[in-house]
Design a protein around this ligand. Structure first.
Ligand code: C5P
Length: 232
């Protein structure tokens, strides 16, 4: 899979999601289904969006003991998603278990991406709450390296970290980056943002874009603008 724009469908019902997706008559955008929508509608929402012809990033960020994650990933792989994820903090063994569980009997599997440190975690909360005293940038790179060692395909990271992740883990190691905003748009609650064009320049493989598209007056035009800046 090449560079692509993934729309974060952060809706709380199938109805709202389909009303949104119905606006796209020409293209079938790559769609991210996160916890909100998945917990509201269950696996049927994944099957229905897949049936409509969209690629799917199932963003459930698994984190549990290796055996539980392995077995849960085996169930998720049957949903035929294209990409899914977990927390690198679950250890290399957990990530290896996940990869094993995700691999279908025919050897195929969805892409598996690790979350390093959430962008909502800062140095202070990491030190005080998690008792991790290293610089956060080093922790992010270490977790990315662990994901690579475990055999994963890449990480979710801020677009600002994408270049460094590629330097440390190789050009083929995927960087999936949220925190994207248009130069003339609202940044909302995202703190470290980048435009789609900048994300392209810095080497992101996939950008995850939510509100700049879902809350736009013309979501299709906003999506096309992302594609024009990032892919074309
Ligand atoms: O609306 P917005 O463009 O900010 O949406 C970004 C999406 O990426 C949301 O679904 C959010 O949960 C997700 N995300 C993020 N930062 C991370 C990981 C995921 O914004 N570190």
């Amino acid at each position: 899979m090449g560079k692509d724009v993934i729309i974060a469908c952060d809706f709380d019902s199938a109805e709202k999601t389909f009303a949104f997706l119905d606006k796209f008559t020409g293209r079938k955008p790559f769609v991210k289904i996160g916890m909100e929508l998945y917990y509201a509608e269950g696996p049927s929402i994944v099957r229905e969006i897949k049936k409509r012809g969209h690629k799917i990033f199932l963003d459930l960020k698994l984190h549990d003991i290796p055996n539980t994650v392995k077995k849960s990933m085996a169930v998720l792989s049957r949903l035929d998603v294209d990409m899914t994820n977990l927390h690198a903090a679950g250890t290399i063994r957990m990530m290896e278990g996940a990869l094993e569980g995700l691999t279908r009997p025919d050897g195929t599997r969805p892409l598996l991406i690790a979350v390093t440190q959430l962008t909502s975690t800062d140095q202070e909360s990491m030190e005080n709450d998690l008792l991790i005293k290293e610089p956060i940038a080093d922790v992010v790179m270490h977790y990315a390296h662990n994901a690579k060692v475990a055999g994963l395909d890449g990480v979710v990271c801020s677009p600002l970290e994408a270049g460094k992740v590629h330097e440390r883990c190789g050009e083929k190691f995927l960087t999936v980056t949220p925190g994207v905003r248009f130069a003339d748009g609202d940044i909302g609650d995202q703190k470290r943002v980048m435009t789609p064009a900048e994300a392209k320049r810095i080497g992101s493989d996939y950008i995850v874009v939510g509100r700049p598209i879902t809350a736009a007056e013309d979501p299709v035009a906003a999506y096309e603008r992302c594609v024009a800046e990032f892919v074309d």
